[in-house]
Every structure is written in C-alpha cells, then in structure tokens.
Design a protein around this ligand. Structure first.
Ligand code: GZL
Length: 311
C-alpha cells in the first residue's frame, strides 16, 4: 500500500504535466514583448508546456488560436484580449470543453462566468494618476492637451481615457484639444503626433498624454523634428515604464510614466494551477500594482535594472 501511495503522490509542482495555450496579441510595444518573455519564463520554471500564438493584433487570429487550443485539449488557456468585445462565443466553447480561461493585462465585456479570472492593473486608476500628475504640474496655468489613445476598443484605451478625463474634471485650465488612437505603437504614435503638431501648431500644445510609452517615444521623435523640446515645450506623461521611458525621463525628454508590471503570468498561472489542482476559485479580478515615476526618481538606475528583462 505504502509503495502504491508513494507512486501516486503528486509530483513536486503539480504543473509538471500541464499544457497551457497562450493567445498573445502581438508585439506592438516593448511592454508586450516583455510580457511574452516573462510568460515563457514562468511556464518554463513551472514545467508547463506552453503553446504560444501571436495574433499580430488581430482578434480573428486570437479566436482561431483559442479554437485550436480547445481542439488540442489543452488544460488551460491564457488570453490577452486585443479588444473588449466579441469573445462570448469562443469563451462559451472553452467553457463547454471544461477548459479554464485566464485573461491577462486587458479584460473583456463578457459574463464573468466565462473566465476564471482577469489579471490586470487598475486601468482607470492609471489614467487618474496621469491626469493628476498633469494637474499638479501645470498648477493652474492654461494647458492645451493632446492625447494618443491605445488600440480602439481595448479595455486599456477605454479606461485610461476615462481615468484621465476624471482627473481633469473641475480644472478648466486644462483642455484636451486632440485625441486619436496611435494603436499602442511607436510608428503610429509618431505619425499621429505629427498630425497634431500640424493641426494645432506646436507652440499651442502644452502637454501630451500617451496611453503607453511606445507611442510617447514615437511622439518625442515628431516633437524634435518639429524643432521643439519634448519634456520642456511639451510636457509628456505616459504609462508602462519601459526602459526607454526611464531613459527619456533621465534625459529630460519625458516627464512621467506609470509602471505596469510585465509579470501578469505569475498570478495568472498561480490561479490556473490552483484551480486545476483542486478547483480553487480565484477572485474575478487579480489587480497588479501601479507606480508613478518622475524626474525625481533615479531613472538611470531603474533603466539599468529593467534593460535586460526582455522588453
Ligand atoms: C495594458 C496593456 C497595454 C500596454 C501597452 O494593460 O494591455 O498593451 O500598456 C500594450 O504597451 O500594447
């Protein structure tokens, strides 16, 4: 009996035989690349066989990948959903196949019994912090603001806009005069910032709020090419705190960024493993922390610490 019991004792780290599908959006930003790196590291450490699918930012590719994972009979599925709508049907299919789904870094407008949990930051709070930083920075002076939005219809683009506008309520000296999506990419951030500069006149723009650092870095290029000083002539506040943002702040070309951890997979896989091991139900939202970085921080040191993390 003893020998038998020993033979069936669960192996250390239950995940030794788990197969997990990961439907990743793409590699639109440095932050996304870091999330992919960390997720693969986390799976490796846990002995999980990770099936990785890059959707090139197309929802239909994510849905195809999820259907393929279901057909393969994976134990669980991670999804970073590019947009918030259009997931009900495929999530129902995963539920019907008894395959738990964990959402990473973005959430969906779907009944929450269709996913185990969502691991995200408080995206509205990030917008609040960015807006409050700008309110304090201009200290009552008139300021015409331009906004580079994230991917249209994504939960970060919706919530970061909402949070920023909330912070500006009651401060009529601040006005958002242009707001357009740059799709979270450097190239689009630059192109859209060029159009803002042309339409408004660089001297009439006081600040830029970018929903992520990659668009802010693209915009910095456009501001320089327009003969203006980013971080001085145009204040810049953004989100992610990727290494290049810390470098830009250290160089005085950017003013503030709000940190988003690339390690969503740690909490996501913890929840997935616990559920698969014994049915433990996690909360529907596992929140990751946000931290504001400004020129007062030692951005050079933070850059050195982050530069080899796979951004
Ligand atoms: C936010 C995440 C965003 C990052 C961007 O949780 O979904 O997607 O802020 C990335 O860099 O494109």
């Amino acid at each position: 009996l003893l020998a038998g019991a020993v033979a069936f004792a669960p192996v250390a780290g239950f995940a030794a035989d788990l197969t997990i599908g990961f439907s990743q959006i793409g590699s639109e930003s440095g932050w996304r690349a870091a999330e992919t790196t960390v997720t693969k590291q986390q799976a490796e450490e846990r002995g999980i066989d990770l099936k990785f699918a890059d959707a090139q930012q197309k929802q239909e590719n994510q849905i195809k990948a999820i259907r393929s994972f279901i057909a393969q009979g994976v134990d669980g599925i991670l999804i970073a959903p590019v947009v918030a709508t259009g997931w009900d049907e495929v999530l129902e299919e995963a539920k019907d196949a008894d395959i738990p789904v964990v959402l990473m870094d973005r959430t969906v407008d779907a009944p929450d019994d269709l996913y185990l949990t969502a691991v995200t930051s408080d995206l509205v709070h990030e917008g609040n912090v960015a807006g409050q930083w700008l309110v304090d920075e201009v200290a009552g002076a008139d300021c015409r603001v331009v906004e580079l939005q994230g991917t249209t219809g994504s939960s970060p683009a919706i919530d970061r806009k909402t949070g920023f506008e909330q912070a500006l309520e009651g401060h009529d000296n601040l006005e958002i005069v242009r707001s357009q999506t740059g799709d979270f990419t450097r190239s689009q951030g630059k192109v859209v910032m060029e159009s803002f500069l042309k339409a408004e006149g660089g001297e009439n723009i006081c600040a830029l709020y970018a929903h992520n650092d990659d668009m802010a870095v693209g915009a910095i290029q456009a501001i320089k090419e327009a003969g203006l000083k980013p971080g001085e002539d145009i204040k810049i506040v953004s989100i992610d705190a990727v290494p290049d943002a810390h470098l830009a702040i250290a160089n005085g070309e950017m003013n503030a960024t709000i940190e988003l951890t690339p390690n969503m997979a740690g909490p996501a896989l913890d929840a997935m493993e616990a559920y698969l091991a014994d049915g433990t139900m996690p909360p529907k939202w596992i929140q990751t922390e946000s931290k504001l970085y400004t020129a007062e921080d030692d951005n050079k040191a933070v850059y050195e610490m982050k530069k080899d993390l796979g951004y």
